[in-house]
Structures are given as structure tokens and as C-alpha cells.
Design a protein around this ligand. Structure first.
Ligand SMILES: [Zn+2]
Ligand SMILES: [Zn+2]
Length: 176
């Protein structure tokens, strides 16, 4: 387990959301989660044909922007992220870069298309941040649909899981 980790807002995720997600990560994993300096919306990763942001490019830039490579960095953004072989991603993690990113773009609406209430959005963002941080720590996807490491395809998957990890995943990290 790292001694600390850094959470960085990219673009305009609500300040309150950043604080709540940091709090949740710390509660589940243990190390202090510091707020890093906020960054602009990641225009360098924008793909105008898709009107989305390439998450791998965001990870690369995040990894360059922090101090020591031993400190995991997690970006939280309102930009809609993609990888080439998927219509969108809720997030991505790169263990080699020790960096992860989570997007709230696909989490902020209910099935009726109306904005999800702030409490629900916070919970979803926290669950997906736990998921990506879990990947940074070496966890793979989990078959337990209530574990944060279960792979979400839609917001309702995220609502069903977490906020924490199942016993097996906790055990793999040496958490009680
Ligand atoms: Zn995953
Ligand atoms: Zn699990």
C-alpha cells in the first residue's frame, strides 16, 4: 500500500465531489488522499471526430505532472473519456504509469436522462474511483457484482456495487 496518493481535478468536477471522493478512498484503502493542483480540461486528449477525450493520453499527462513516481495519482474529470475500442469508459488505470482517471460524464444522469441527484453522483464517482485505484494496487476485475472491482457497463451496475471491496479483494490487498 502506498504511503499516500493524490487526487487531481481535470476540467470542472465539483469541488465538493473531489473532497467526498478523496474521503471515500481514504476510508477504504487507508493512505491519506491529498488534493493535487487542479488542471484544465484535457484539450490535448480531445478527439473531434468522437467529441470525446482519449483517456490513455490523459493518463500519460497525469503521470508526467506529479512529483514522485511512487505516489499514485488519480484524476477526476467531467470530460467524456474513451479508448479506441470502446464507445466510452468510466475510467482507466495504468499500473506502469501509476496513474488512473475517472470520468463523471456518463455517471451524472439517471435512466430518464435527468441529472442524478448529487448524493448518487458522489457515490458513483467514489465507487469508480475505488475501482481504478484498486487496479493501480494490482486488483483485477471481480465476479462479485457488489464489489467495487466488478466491471460496470452502465450507471446502474455502479449503483449496485460498492462502495467498498469484497472480502476476497480486501484480502488480496492485505486489508482487514
Ligand atoms: Zn476495471
Ligand atoms: Zn471483489
Amino acid at each position: 500500500m502506498p504511503e499516500r496518493a493524490v487526487l487531481v481535478g481535470l476540467g470542472a468536477p465539483p469541488r465538493r465531489l473531489l473532497l467526498d471522493v478523496a474521503h471515500e478512498l481514504q476510508a477504504i484503502f487507508g493512505p491519506p488522499i491529498e488534493q493535487g493542483p487542479g488542471q484544465e480540461r484535457p484539450q490535448y486528449a480531445f478527439n473531434k471526430d468522437r467529441n470525446q477525450y482519449h483517456s490513455t493520453a490523459v493518463l500519460r499527462r497525469l503521470a508526467q505532472s506529479r512529483g514522485g513516481a511512487a505516489v499514485p495519482v488519480i484524476g477526476l474529470t467531467d470530460a467524456d473519456l474513451f479508448v479506441p475500442d470502446a464507445p466510452f469508459v468510466f475510467g482507466e488505470a495504468d499500473r506502469d504509469a501509476n496513474a488512473a482517471v475517472v470520468s463523471i460524464a456518463r455517471l451524472q444522469h439517471g435512466p430518464d436522462g435527468k441529472p442524478a441527484d448529487p448524493g448518487r453522483l458522489t457515490r458513483r464517482a467514489a465507487v469508480e474511483a475505488v475501482h481504478e485505484f484498486g487496479h493501480l494496487l494490482g486488483l483485477s476485475h471481480c465476479a462479485d457484482a457488489r464489489c467495487a472491482m466488478y466491471l460496470s457497463h452502465k450507471p446502474s451496475d455502479t449503483d449496485r456495487k460498492g462502495p467498498g471491496l469484497c472480502l476476497t479483494c480486501r484480502g488480496a490487498l492485505g486489508l482487514p
